[in-house]
Design a protein around this ligand. Structure first.
Ligand code: SF4
Length: 207
């Protein structure tokens, strides 16, 4: 498949009434699924491994909005479990930023991502449950959809992933970022999911 064919696939889905982000995700899943069928021996990923959920995860604001929409659509109990955990993690991160006199910073540069990396240090994603499952799986961002390893990760809390890079990941990312610059709605850089957690939930306290 070429990038132009991928874009056409996305457009066909939007014409059927699917949202832009959902269309990108669906097209990406279809392409990755089809390609992984033809080379299954390449992948070591298996159910129960969540090593890559212990690394920093990137997301555009558009993708994060999709996660928020999904969370808000869940039954109250399920929703509150996710939000309370996210708020707790966001508060911890905020405290860390303050201790290091980094308050008021917006993560848009490689330097600041290094700071976040120092804080993160193998912590689980705020959306990972105790059994190693993703609580926002249907709405997970592109980064999570295409993170495949060609060797088994030996460390359960910090991935030594040998990443297989899908061409469609770049196409999907490009589409979202282009859409963002046109609509002036999304960030021009890929911000950290974690920073967006702070942005969205910091001011509201758990109910
Ligand atoms: S959003 Fe889900 S799949 Fe992605 S890192 Fe978090 S728990 Fe893992």
């Amino acid at each position: 498949m070429t990038e132009a064919e991928f874009i056409n696939l996305v457009l066909r889905k939007t014409k059927k009434g699917m949202s832009f982000i959902a269309s990108v995700y669906k097209a990406l899943s279809e392409v990755v699924e089809a390609q992984s069928q033809s080379q299954p021996q390449c992948f070591a990923c298996h159910k129960g491994c969540s090593a890559c959920c212990h690394q920093l995860v990137t997301s555009t604001e558009a993708e994060f909005d999709e996660i928020i929409t999904y969370i808000l659509s869940l039954p109250r109990r399920q929703r509150d479990t996710i939000l309370n955990r996210a708020r707790k993690r966001a508060a911890e991160y905020q405290q860390w930023l303050e201790q290091h006199q980094l308050t008021g910073t917006v993560i848009t540069s490689a330097e600041k991502i290094i700071w976040a990396n120092e804080y993160w240090d193998g912590k689980p994603c705020a959306f990972l449950d105790e059994s190693g499952n993703c609580r926002v799986y249907p709405a997970r961002p592109i980064d999570c959809r295409t993170y495949h390893s060609t060797s088994v990760c030996q460390n359960p809390t910090w991935s030594d992933v040998k990443r297989f890079v899908w061409p469609a990941e770049t196409w999907a990312n490009n589409l979202i970022l282009e859409q963002g610059s046109k609509a002036q709605k999304f960030f021009g850089v890929v911000p950290l999911l974690h920073w967006l957690l702070i942005k969205s939930f910091k001011k509201s306290s758990p109910k």
